[in-house]
Design a protein around this ligand. Sequence first.
Ligand code: AAL
Length: 437
Amino acid sequence: MRLLKSISTVIISVALFSCAKQESTPKKNGTQQKENTEQLGGFPWDIPQSMPDRPLSKAMERLYTDYKTPRPEDNELFTSFAYTQLKGFDYNGGDGTISRRDPSKVIIEKGKYYVWYTKRHTKYPPVGYGNAHLSTDEIPSADWDLGEIWYATSEDGFTWEEQGVAVSRPAKPIVGWRSVATPDILKFKGKYYLYYQGFMEASGKKGDHCPVTVSYADSPDGPWKSLNKIVVENGAPGTWDQFSIHDPYPLVYKGKIYLYYKAAFGDRPDYLCVNGLAIADSPLGPFKKHPLNPVLNSGHETAYFPFEEGIATIAIRNGNEANTIQYAPDGVNFSIASVTALLPIAAGPCVPDAFDSNGNGRGITWGLSHFDNAADNWSKDHTILARFDCDLSLDVKDLKLKQTQTKFKKEVFFSKSLSKNQIERIHTNNAKILSSK
Ligand code: AAL
């Protein structure tokens, strides 16, 4: 039915388009375009749903060539986000000794939702990435230093029950001895695989350097056996991913394992984060990096999900294309599908079709994300998990989540205040400008 509708829409549009084409003069130069516009009158009051045959500004042309629909409210790949605090996790009064962060995608197993994440439970709060030289075997540098991988289950996605450790730190010098962090889950041919960052020095000492390793199990409840070897190697010296392979994110796409990951140019996330893709036929590798890497030019902890024939992604932070939802019909060549706000940090969406997508992805509606420095006090640095909801699904139409006019309270804006140095700079400039007039 849907297919018939689309075919007839295409036939009608092609017919209308060719009629209109015959009547109108070809768009050749500015004068002709101006004449055309004068003949046609102003742009229609009600937004045409397909590209009108008239001279268009670049921006209006892009509305039809680059987006699924001219109005974001009708665009299956546009969403706003809603957030809910989770029940069931204890953080030791927020004193910085317990942290949960970087949740995996959520999967459905045994009638429950499952999620894996970095848990840090240390005697002391972190001294900070910039103070890594002060870290010890008991004192973490960054929030994700001295981490383990834990998991939790839920029956509704709001209240979670922590089940215990999935992967602990192995003995030195095995990959991950310093910290195992930022996991994500793959189910392949009935078995389970956790991919995660394996640190071999405290984060911040040289940078946030690590490769990716993997553990596997017959059940989502474990027991997990570690490969104890690197599974996605850092790049060759001098290349973009030479020091870090972060945020591994596996999906099964058209029978192959597509593992997306991030690295930071210049070793600094604030500088620019880009994402690459490594493909394998089997979960323990070999993983072959895509020749076009990096495949995404922005995005820090980036979530991916099967959508229609390709793969869509939520690209948050760090880059020209931060705060966008993007889509690649082949899982490789991504374009911006929509621009949005208040994106979930380190999103781990619930992706029911993560492991059986054959070009028929249905999208996502919720997941877990995190808020770092949850105490708003770096001496108690820790991260908490939260729930986000969205409508990036072909099966749901939540008009409230399709609203583009997301209103934030004034406190959100005022929390981004000027520093002392900025205020001084403004006063000095004021003095110069006002005295010169
Ligand atoms: C996160 C992720 C990776 C980094 C660190 C922990 O935001 O990008 O996991 O290594 O921060």
